[in-house]
Design a binder for this molecule. Structure first.
Ligand code: HEC
Ligand code: HEC
Length: 148
């Protein structure tokens, strides 16, 4: 028993020893052949799309996608640019959608008088869009009963 185990250990080690790339054959870095030291050119970023009407949601609980640019909109501990348009005090004057009631609920279910900390960093869930080819095809369909 012990002997067989030892033998197979030797054989396995031998396999790796002879061909260390045996399991890494198809793995290639996104950097291609460029070494880390070489200067690489930063890719040009795609332009976020300009302001548009709200984008239809694909499923009920989806955080709505942001239909406008958010360049330069900062969210810091003292100031939240998104709330300057989307808060309940400001939304009417700005013609924006007000944040929903769920955004005032703490993780323990308490309703707070201001945006709950877990909802403060808006772009954690809401993302702007670019018109680009999809990276991975997706044929998701919402369940019939919850289609809206
Ligand atoms: C200058 C005002 C302004 C600022 C700042 C702003 N928005 Fe908006 N936002 C709007 C307006 C206007 C709409 C479109 C409302 C409409 O057409 O019904 C909108 C739409 C949205 C929607 C879509 C809502 C829906 O029901 O589909 C989301 C999500 C959103 N904004 C998130 C954000 C986030 C996150 C930020 C900060 C990074 C932000 N917005 C900053 C004005 C603003
Ligand atoms: C943890 C994820 C999360 C964060 C963080 C978050 N949201 Fe949302 N948001 C959602 C989800 C999910 C919905 C849709 C369901 C709902 O209304 O709760 C939503 C809905 C909305 C809507 C549409 C409301 C409506 O009545 O249709 C607006 C506008 C919005 N969020 C803005 C914001 C802004 C501004 C912030 C930052 C202050 C923010 N959200 C932070 C997840 C999030």
């Amino acid at each position: 028993m012990k002997k067989i185990f030892l033998m197979s250990m030797v054989i396995t080690a031998g396999m790796f020893g002879l061909n260390p790339y045996a399991f890494a054959e198809h793995v290639q870095s996104l950097r291609g052949d460029l070494s880390l030291e070489e200067n690489s050119v930063a890719p040009t970023l795609k332009q976020y799309q300009k302001d548009e009407a709200p984008i239809a949601r694909d499923y009920l609980q989806q955080p709505p996608l942001i239909p406008h640019k958010i360049d330069g909109y900062r969210v810091t501990i003292k100031h939240n640019k998104c709330l300057s348009c989307h808060s309940w005090t400001n939304y009417k004057a700005r013609g924006a959608t007000k944040i929903s009631q769920t955004h005032f609920e703490s993780r323990d279910g308490a309703i707070m008088s201001n945006v709950a900390p877990r909802r403060y960093f808006c772009s954690q869930c809401h993302v702007p869009q670019v018109k680009a080819k999809e990276l991975i095809a997706n044929d998701f369909e919402p369940v019939e009963a919850m289609r809206h």
